[in-house]
Design a protein around this ligand. Structure first.
Ligand code: MG
Length: 426
């Protein structure tokens, strides 16, 4: 009995055959995968794969999207941050892609991105929802073709993706330098070799005005003491990132970048709000502390000027918000033209973390991905997904080899956390 041809081995052969063909006919344009899978021995026909429905659920700060098909496969994706109130937007986008093949991921992304009257000048909620849908399309395409997402993105540069641990001290009221030192020590004990701390504190008693974000000398001293304590606790070889959440002005951004120079940060993140690239350039040029931004920028368009004028040293797009996995790869490749590292922001579930990891594996200039300490402290995060194996080991995620993203959502586990009043996967 002859060995049946697997989808994967067929695609390898098809890729070789295509490479040997001198010219691809125009009529075959865009039909690559569909033609390939047409010829695979199978019970059902992936080439007839069509999207039938798009459903969603809202948990904590995340939108989970599930795209169903006329065959027994589906894809899941996640959007974050700019997602409250977007149920009808998900439904609207779902109607646009119903009946279409999910395998043309870039095309469906463009169809939705350009579907407004002005052909694509979108950001905010629109792009956050598009990010969730685009990610679900990659998951679905991977399952249909029996390939992990990183492979669909062109293959990988690395098997493991380094992560830094967000220490979540923001959950504590007025954390002391000792709190910073203890959180740093604990994260290192857990195996992390890179950490992040937040410096913005709206209720700092040395802050005298709710709207003016010029830090007083008391606030500056508090910031220095906190990060100095963390540095002293973990020594010189642990990477430390510091986030100001865009809550200060340019004079304070310059002061903090200068003040923290002796502590050798991996980066100072969003010292000022996202809109003004020239103000970022001012801060970057005033200090040897690397300046990082991007979690409030959308699409590759949002990163162009930052990179063109050298406003930042590192870009940190949030792939569950900035446009999804393909757009994340485009942002990384754009940054690579300027020799700027790519360090995605990540505040999603483990589905979002693994989805991001596939992109991180697929680009040369990947530096590090965000990891959340809440994965270890809040049971909800384990309950809302299915995944066999270790999530993280010694500051690295092993990129899944399963078809698609490799992490499934658990709707049953999600139910009790669903935001009341919004239809839940209906
Ligand atoms: Mg941030």
């Amino acid at each position: 009995m002859s060995k049946p041809t697997s989808r994967r081995s067929f695609i390898s052969k098809a890729a070789i055959a295509t490479a040997l063909t001198p010219m691809v006919s125009l009529s075959a344009f865009g039909k690559g995968y569909e033609t390939a899978i047409d010829n695979i021995p199978k019970a059902s026909s992936p080439a007839d794969l069509k999207i039938t429905e798009v459903k969603c659920g809202y948990i904590r700060g995340s939108l989970f999207v599930k795209i169903y098909t006329n065959q027994d496969i589906w894809g899941c994706g996640e959007g974050v941050d700019a997602i409250p109130g977007t149920y009808h937007l998900v439904k609207n986008f779902g109607e646009r892609i119903k009946g279409k093949s999910p395998l043309n991921v870039h095309r469906l992304f463009e169809d939705i991105r350009r579907s407004g009257f002005f052909q694509g000048a979108q950001s905010g909620m629109y792009i956050a929802v598009l990010s969730a849908i685009e990610t679900a399309l990659w998951d679905l395409a991977g399952k249909a073709l029996n390939l992990p997402v990183y492979q669909l993105l062109g293959g990988k540069f690395r098997d493991k993706v380094r992560v830094y641990c967000d220490t979540a001290l923001y959950q504590r009221n007025l954390p002391t330098p000792k709190d910073f030192a203890d959180a740093a020590t604990n994260a290192v004990k857990m195996g992390f070799n890179a950490l992040k701390f937040d410096l913005d504190q709206a209720n700092d008693p040395n802050k005298y005005d709710a709207y003016n974000w010029t830090a007083s000398h008391g606030e500056l001293k508090r910031m220095y003491d906190q990060i100095a304590a963390a540095r002293a606790a973990v020594g010189p070889n642990i990477d430390i990132c510091v986030d100001m959440h865009g809550r200060y002005d340019a004079v304070t951004g310059q002061a903090v970048a200068k003040l923290l120079e002796p502590l050798n940060l991996m980066w100072l993140e969003e010292p000022i709000p996202a809109e003004n690239a020239e103000a970022y350039k001012l801060i970057s040029e005033s200090s040897s502390t690397p300046i990082c931004a991007g979690e409030n920028h959308y699409l590759a368009h949002g990163f162009r000027r930052l990179l063109e004028i050298g406003a930042v040293d590192i870009v940190m797009p949030d792939l569950q918000k900035a446009g999804g996995l393909g757009e994340g790869q485009r942002i990384a490749n754009l940054a690579n033209l300027y020799y700027v590292p790519f360090a995605p922001h990540m505040v999603a579930s483990f589905l979002g973390a693994m989805a991001s990891a596939h992109v991180c594996a697929s680009v040369p200039n990947f530096l590090i991905l965000e990891w959340q300490s809440y994965f270890h402290t809040q049971p909800m995060f384990k309950e809302i997904v299915h995944y066999e194996g270790e999530w993280v080991q010694n500051s690295f995620i092993t990129v899944s080899e399963k078809p698609g993203i490799g992490v499934e959502i658990n709707e049953e586990g999600m139910k009790k956390y669903a935001i009341p009043g919004i239809p839940f996967f209906e």
